[in-house]
Structures are given as structure tokens and as C-alpha cells.
Design a binder for this molecule. Structure first.
Ligand SMILES: Nc1nc2c(ncn2[C@@H]2O[C@H](COP(=O)(O)OP(=O)(O)OP(=O)(O)O)[C@@H](O)[C@H]2O)c(=O)[nH]1
Length: 212
């Protein structure tokens, strides 16, 4: 298994927000780019399939603290699969996106999780499962319960969204940002000897589900 990359980039100046890398993963057309566009620019439009990777940054305020999210939007189409794992490196968090109207995209998300865990230590990357396109509920193929149960079984965060209707999009990124800061603060406060133990027995990912 590849080495864990758990620390965010160091702060150049103490007043600068800490930077964290977040990757968007999932099959083609599930809405990864649309979620990023909605979150970063509050916009929704028809987007061409991503080629390689697109990159966005956004400073997020969490209570009195703030952090910089570096959002890497990867291509979901099968033909780009072989290069996508290159973008996993150094990720602090991942949004594993599926389309609630496509069972196939839900099954593929489970495969993406396995791929991610080949590259990154499962305890060190924060993963949220995201069921997108809730506005198409009449065509739903994956129930909220199925998503939630899979997330719980893998100790992932879970939320459903609609990039189109701007439903729970900022909540997804805020929840991830908040958890990243909390983990980072815990690591800063951990005594040195505990840190050595944590390298071998890292804390289990926290299971948490968010209501839809
Ligand atoms: N109805 C609906 N359509 C959506 C939603 N999010 C995205 N779409 C549409 O789904 C299609 C694919 O969206 P993208 O954001 O390009 O999907 P992607 O996962 O980035 O696709 P790749 O770049 O191929 O990996 C587009 O036509 C979007 O307009 C949503 O919440 N609801």
C-alpha cells in the first residue's frame, strides 16, 4: 500500500489558511464538475466531459477558522481511468460521487473506493459518498437507505445533493472542511508518542451520516 499523505501543506505565513487537497471521483456524467461549479461559482450549466483533471480553489470559513480547499475534478469516463489515480496522491479528502438514477454509477463508486484505498491509507483520507441528482427522484435507482448503508459499512460520510437545484452542495464541502480542520487540530495536539502509535494503528474513519 502506498504511503499515507495525511498532512496538509504547511502554512507559509501563520495567518494564511491551511490548504487541503480534495479530489472528486466517480463515473462519467454523475455530476462531479457540476458540483464543483455550483460550489465554487454558484452556477449550473451543461458542461463538456472533463478531460484529465480540472482544478479549483476556494477558501472556506469554518466558525472562526478558515481553510483553502484545492478541488481536483477528475475525468470519470472509462478511457481516462488509467491516469486518474495520479491525482489521488496527496489527497486529504475525496468526494465519491454517484448518480442516484444510475445503479451502475453506485456500483462503480464502490470500485473507485477500492482504487483510492490502493493509493492512500484508508484511515488518512476523509471520504464522503455523495448521491447526486436528487431532483430526478422519479428516476431514482439507488435509495437513500442503500447509499447510507454502504457509507456506514465503509465508515464514510454520506449526503445526497442536487447540483442543479443547489441542494446540499455547500453543506457537503462545509462538512468535509469542518472534519478536516478537526482532524488537523487533533493531530497538532496529539503528544509525540501517540503520533508514533497512530502511524501503525491510525484512528478508524468516523462514520457519520447526514440527513437528506
Ligand atoms: N438533473 C440533474 N442533472 C445534473 C446534475 N448534476 C449534473 N447534471 C447533468 O449531468 C451531466 C453530467 O454532468 P457533469 O458535471 O459534466 O458530470 P461529470 O461527473 O463531471 O462527468 P465527467 O466529466 O465525464 O466525469 C450534465 O448534463 C449535467 O448538466 C443534477 O444535480 N441534476
Amino acid at each position: 500500500m502506498a504511503q499515507a499523505h495525511r498532512t496538509p501543506q504547511p502554512r507559509a505565513v501563520p495567518s494564511q489558511p491551511r490548504a487541503f487537497k480534495l479530489v472528486l471521483l466517480g463515473s462519467g456524467s454523475v455530476g462531479k464538475s457540476s458540483l464543483a461549479l455550483r460550489y465554487v461559482k454558484n452556477d449550473f450549466k451543461n458542461i463538456l466531459p472533463t478531460v484529465g483533471c480540472a482544478f479549483f480553489t476556494k477558501v472556506v470559513d469554518v466558525g472562526t477558522a478558515s481553510l483553502k480547499l484545492e478541488i481536483w475534478d477528475t475525468a470519470g469516463q472509462e478511457k481516462y481511468h488509467s491516469v486518474c489515480h495520479l491525482y489521488f496522491r496527496g489527497a486529504n479528502a475525496a468526494l465519491l460521487v454517484y448518480d442516484i438514477t444510475s445503479k451502475d454509477s453506485f456500483l462503480k463508486a464502490q470500485q473507485w473506493l477500492k482504487d483510492l484505498e490502493k493509493e492512500l491509507h484508508p484511515e488518512e483520507v476523509l471520504v464522503m459518498l455523495v448521491g447526486n441528482k436528487t431532483d430526478l427522484s422519479e428516476e431514482r435507482e439507488v435509495t437513500f437507505q442503500e447509499g447510507k448503508e454502504f457509507a456506514e459499512s465503509q465508515k464514510l460520510l454520506f449526503m445526497e445533493t442536487s447540483a442543479k437545484l443547489n441542494y446540499q452542495v455547500s453543506e457537503v464541502f462545509s462538512a468535509v472542511a469542518q472534519e478536516l480542520l478537526q482532524r488537523d487540530d487533533r493531530e497538532d495536539q496529539a503528544p509525540q508518542e501517540d503520533a508514533a502509535v497512530a502511524l501503525n494503528e491510525g484512528p478508524a474513519r468516523q462514520a457519520k451520516c447526514c440527513a437528506h
